[in-house]
Design a protein around this ligand. Structure first.
Ligand SMILES: [Fe+2]
Length: 275
């Protein structure tokens, strides 16, 4: 009798084995799908943690370029309406920006640039290929751009940031006027910037061509960017067509001054480590 009971239990166990394996595989594959992809070439725990929390803030860019990931858009595609329409944000982020990221990774693959930070690449930008220059710039500039904007943006800067803007330009209104001038008069595709001057620690306005930025060694006036306005037609043409000036004026309604302020504060923490 005992023998028969054992035989029955053995057969039941054998028959239920495939179901157990299927359940285990399902858990395994769910875990795999849910996990954020972690790129290769991670050498220290702090690098892994930096990648996992990568949001494109000042310090995030100190990691080796091979470890950079494409960050999420910090809001929904339609969150910047009516200043920037849904379709423009979707195409701009998902096609243009993602394209710069993918092409940057391709351009540095297998080279020693994989071990260098983006800051370090920018500091010697005349020594790299056009593909690295355009795509490193395109990737970095757009991370700043999305982070510089917010659905709850607009208004005026306050506190320390307002003080330094007033000190550097005379008033907030003069600053906006000069910035807009730089954005409107940039011929063809490019960017307008507000940056920190590493020598005087004051702020300055400049504009750059293509996907260049003020960190690049080829710029006449170099600095640490706090705020970037994309004036490529892909940033505004669907809604504003040829009226770049209207986009430039509207942009201020979505500026995330907290982000600009935090970049200003971060600069002084990482200035010595940028090169
Ligand atoms: Fe763009």
């Amino acid at each position: 009798m005992k023998k028969q009971l054992f035989l029955v239990m053995f057969l039941v166990g054998l028959l239920s084995l495939p179901f157990c394996l299927t359940a285990q595989q399902a858990v395994k594959s769910k875990t795999k799908t849910d996990a954020k992809p972690v790129p290769a070439v991670l050498s220290t725990a702090s690098e892994v943690s930096a990648v996992a929390g990568f949001a494109g803030k000042g310090e995030d860019w100190l990691i080796p370029s091979a470890n950079l990931i494409f960050p999420d858009l910090p809001y929904a595609y339609d969150a910047l309406e009516p200043v920037i329409d849904r379709q423009t944000v979707e195409i701009h982020y998902d096609k243009h920006h993602r394209g710069y990221f993918n092409n940057f990774k391709k351009a540095i693959a297998g080279t020693d640039l994989e071990t260098k930070s983006v800051y370090s690449i920018f500091a010697d930008i005349d020594k790299v290929s056009t593909a690295v220059r355009n795509n490193a710039g395109g990737f970095y500039n757009h991370v700043l751009y999305w982070s510089n904007l917010s659905p709850d943006g607009g208004g005026k800067p306050t506190g320390e940031l307002l003080e330094v803007i007033t000190r550097s330009f005379g008033s907030y209104e003069t600053f906006v006027q000069k910035f807009n001038e730089a954005a409107k008069t940039r011929f063809g595709s490019g960017w307008a910037w507000l940056s920190v001057d590493p020598a005087s620690k004051e702020l300055f306005i400049s504009s750059t061509a293509n996907q260049d930025n003020p960190l690049m060694s080829t710029e006449e006036k170099q600095g640490f960017p706090l705020l970037g306005m994309d004036v490529w037609e892909h940033a505004y043409y669907l809604k504003y067509q040829n009226k770049r000036a209207d986009y430039v004026e509207s942009f201020w309604n979505k500026v995330n001054w907290q982000d600009v302020q935090s970049r200003y504060a971060e600069y002084f923490k990482i200035a010595a480590r940028i090169k």
